[in-house]
Design a protein around this ligand. Structure first.
Ligand code: ADP
Ligand code: ZN
Length: 518
């Protein structure tokens, strides 16, 4: 038996590795840099814990989550692994003691909080120079990137890691990184020809629903009454919001508690523990809750307020159904929330960051508003192709009805034709909707098709274009600037009066409906 499998069984009690775990472990043991992208619950920890035990020396694990750090170290110790952590919650005496153990070579793993890295201008890295280090693991590695959704300046001290320790392998792990962030992590950490391991992000046992944010409280109470045996998390934007929601639920006889960063850490640990042990059924929380919480039977995650971006949304919904049983993610969506979040997204004096945050918010909004398989949108967001028709999101579970779109399709296609197939959808829509914008030339205005699409709004035309593209009535080129072009089928519509029959959602499937709202 291979040494790594032996370690897996002996220390962790599992029979076999998950596919990318095996590759990551092998790669790190071979002292090669490794990048691991795995969804929450995918099993990232073992990717560095097993090599830490297989290799000589101490593994240094950088992790931003103090609570998680302690849990991990406790769990490792319980399995007979000598591990320790260093963070700002320890007094100097304790830190010295840990450092002593480290020097003596008594630790297989040392967890370090990022603020330790930046303290005294990075002296920690100098301190460990004389120590036999097996590997560096950078958990939540997206924190090193400005492109990520959770940049942390302390992580910048990791830039110099490779230079100072060129022989020691680095394994970077994250559950949330789009393509640019991924590239940036590799660049920032200076990984040398890293093996990049990307696991599927799909969580087939989670159903996705988006509902209009109206009478949220009644809807949630109804949902909880409809699922009396289920436990789950409700996320709210503000501390105050969690308190109000939890109190309202309690008044309605529901076993709920609230959790946010304003509560003492002692109390938080207690609430968390009660939730994990099923003493609390519903946890109403801000995003402060959930990192590293391993409760397998979370049956639902409800977002009472809109998350800031898809990464957060996906990470939070990912806390449902770790036991692989059917679970639900429900998002209550309103435009008012978008407006509110827009204000938060703008950071004074940092235009680049603001633009990025606003773009991420826009993608979150697109997800909620789009008439398309939610799972497909999410998967594609994380760079993973998905065919759609997942049959387990509100869109795919809805009834569709036939829709004769011939007249509007004719308007649209003739606009494309009149404008000589030279423009993208935004200009075509401007043209149809009689825009007075500068991009519309006098010549365009003189055309008879100018303004014939005033009967409907932009969203409608956007959707129609999308539908026509999907059904081959239009072609959208994938060059830098997309251009709409006619197809054989569209010529049939324009010149031979062929009908355009499409489908639309009759009514979106819902996770919960309230018959009468008081
Ligand atoms: P992540 O850090 O990616 O969110 P964890 O490392 O916390 O995930 O692992 C998630 C859960 O999966 C844990 O309960 C862990 O014990 C379990 N797990 C990880 N690897 C395996 C494996 N090879 N076999 C069985 N269970 C595993
Ligand atoms: Zn779907």
């Amino acid at each position: 038996m291979e040494i790594s499998t032996q370690i897996l069984q002996q220390y962790f009690g599992y029979d076999s590795f998950r596919p990318n775990q095996a590759s990551a472990v092998k790669n790190v043991i071979a002292k090669k840099d490794t990048f691991v992208l795995m969804p929450t619950g995918g099993g990232k920890s073992l990717c560095y814990q097993v090599p830490a035990l297989a290799l000589d020396g101490t593994a240094i694990v950088v992790s931003p989550l103090i609570a998680l750090m302690k849990d991990q170290v406790d769990a490792l110790r319980a399995n007979g692994v000598s591990a320790a952590y260093m963070n700002s919650s320890m007094n100097p005496l304790e830190q010295n003691e840990t450092f002593h153990q480290l020097k003596e070579g008594k630790l297989k793993l040392l967890y370090v909080a990022p603020e330790k890295l930046s303290a005294d201008n990075g002296s920690f890295l100098n301190l460990i120079k004389g120590i036999n280090i097996s590997l560096f693991a950078v958990d939540e590695a997206h924190c090193v990137s400005h492109w990520g959704h959770d940049f942390r300046p302390d992580y910048l001290f990791l830039n110099g890691l490779k230079r100072q320790f060129p022989q020691i392998p680095i394994i970077a792990l994250t559950a949330s990184a789009d393509e640019i962030t991924r590239q940036d992590i590799i660049k920032q950490l200076n990984l040398q020809q890293p093996t990049v391991l990307i696991s599927s992000f799909d969580r087939p046992n989670i159903k996705y629903f988006v509902q209009p944010k109206q009478s949220v409280l009644s809807h949630i109470i109804q949902y909880l009454n409809d699922h009396p045996n289920d436990s789950g998390i409700i996320y709210c934007l503000s501390r105050r919001g969690t308190e109000d929601m939890a109190n309202n639920l309690k008044e309605n006889g529901i076993n709920a508690a609230f959790y946010h960063a304003g509560i003492s850490s002692l109390e938080r640990a207690q609430i968390q523990d009660d939730f994990i042990k099923d003493k609390i059924r519903v946890m109403v929380a801000t995003i402060a809750f959930g990192m590293g919480i391993d409760k397998s039977n979370v049956r639902f995650v409800i977002h009472a307020d809109l998350p800031k971006n898809i990464e957060s949304y996906y990470q939070e919904t990912g806390r449902a159904g770790r036991d692989s049983l059917p679970s639900e993610a429900i998002l209550f969506y309103s435009n008012a929330d978008v407006m509110k979040l827009k204000k938060f997204a703008v950071i004074e004096g940092n235009e680049e960051q603001s633009t990025l945050m606003l773009r991420k918010l826009q993608q979150m909004t697109d997800f909620a508003e789009m008439q398309k398989c939610r799972r497909q949108y999410l998967m594609e967001y994380f760079g993973e192709p998905h065919p759609g028709n997942c049959n387990s999101c509100d869109y795919c579970l809805s009834d569709f009805e036939n829709w004769d779109a011939t007249i509007d399709a004719q308007k649209l296609l003739s606009a494309v034709f009149r404008l000589k197939e030279r423009y993208g959808k935004n200009l075509i829509i401007d043209f149809l909707r009689e825009s007075k914008g500068a991009k519309i030339t006098d010549y365009m205005r003189s055309l008879p098709t100018y303004g014939i699409g005033n009967n409907a709004d932009r969203t409608y035309w956007h959707n129609l274009i999308k539908q026509l593209v999907i059904n081959d009535f239009l072609h959208e080129s994938n060059e830098e600037f997309s251009v709409l072009k006619l197809t054989e089928k569209s010529k049939e519509v324009l010149f031979n009066k062929k009908k355009v029959n499409l489908q639309k959602v009759k009514e979106l499937a819902k996770a919960v409906t309230v018959a009468e709202i008081e």
